[in-house]
Design a protein around this ligand. Structure first.
Ligand code: SF4
Ligand code: SF4
Length: 208
C-alpha cells in the first residue's frame, strides 16, 4: 500500500465523501447527486462499465472507498459530455470521473493494466517533457507497452503507415534523439508546478 494511501485512510477514516471533496477535481459536487440515473442512462459506455456514474456517486456516499478507487470504470469515460448536458443538478460528471481516475492513480490504487491509464501516463510524460508531443517516441512506447513481442507484432502491422508518414515528412527518425520543443519549457514546468500547488492547497482547505 502506498504511503499516500495509508495517510489518506488515516486522515479521512470512515469519511470517503469528505476525502473526495478535498482531493478530487470537482469532488465537492458529489453530494448534490439526487440519484435520478439520467447520467448512467445517457452514457454510451455505461452498460459496459462495472459502475456507471450514478452508481459511483452512490458508492462514494456509502463509503465504498476501495471499490471505487480500484475500479476501471472512471478510466472508460470518453469525455463525450452527454451526462453533463443532461444532469438535472448540473453536476460536472465528466470532470469528476477524470478527477477520480487521477486521484486513484496518485494513491497507487488504479488498475495497473487498464489500457487508457497506460496511454494517459505515456502521453502525459511525453507531452510535459518538452511541451510538444514527440509522436515517434509516443508511438513506440505504445507499441511496446504490452511487452517486446507484442511491440514487434504491432510495429510490423503498422509499418506501411509509418513508411507513408516518413515519406511525406510527417515522421522523422531524428525525433528519437531530441525532437521539437516549445520555446519556454521552463515556463511550462513552472505552470505545472503551480497547478500542483493549487491542488494541494485545495486539499488543505477541506481538511478543517
Ligand atoms: S444525472 Fe446528475 S443527479 Fe442524476 S444520477 Fe447522474 S449525477 Fe446524479
Ligand atoms: S462524459 Fe464520460 S461519463 Fe459522461 S456520458 Fe460521456 S462517457 Fe459517460
Amino acid at each position: 500500500m502506498s504511503n499516500m494511501n495509508t495517510a489518506m485512510i488515516e486522515k479521512y477514516r470512515n469519511n470517503f465523501l469528505k476525502e473526495v471533496e478535498a482531493n478530487v477535481e470537482e469532488g465537492e459536487w458529489v453530494k448534490m447527486c439526487m440519484q435520478c440515473g439520467v447520467c448512467s442512462g445517457s452514457c454510451p459506455l455505461g452498460p459496459y462499465w462495472d459502475h456507471p456514474p450514478q452508481e459511483i456517486f452512490m458508492m462514494i456516499r456509502a463509503g465504498k472507498r476501495e471499490e471505487v478507487l480500484s475500479s476501471s470504470s472512471m478510466w472508460m469515460c470518453t469525455s463525450c459530455y452527454n451526462c453533463i448536458a443532461r444532469c438535472p443538478r448540473g453536476l460536472p460528471i465528466t470532470h469528476i470521473m477524470h478527477g477520480l481516475a487521477h486521484y486513484a492513480d496518485r494513491l497507487g490504487l488504479a488498475p495497473k493494466e487498464q489500457p487508457t491509464r497506460k496511454f494517459a501516463k505515456h502521453f502525459w510524460d511525453n507531452l510535459t517533457k518538452k511541451g510538444r508531443v514527440n509522436e515517434l517516441k509516443l508511438g513506440l512506447k505504445l507499441y511496446f507497452m504490452n511487452g517486446f513481442g507484442e511491440g514487434i507484432k504491432t510495429a510490423m502491422k503498422m509499418k506501411d503507415v509509418g513508411l507513408g508518414m516518413w515519406k511525406s515528412k510527417r515522421l522523422s527518425i531524428g525525433e528519437l534523439w531530441g525532437g521539437h520543443s516549445i520555446k519556454d519549457t521552463k515556463g511550462l514546468h513552472a505552470i505545472l508546478n503551480k497547478a500542483r500547488e493549487i491542488e494541494e492547497a485545495k486539499a488543505k482547505k477541506f481538511e478543517g
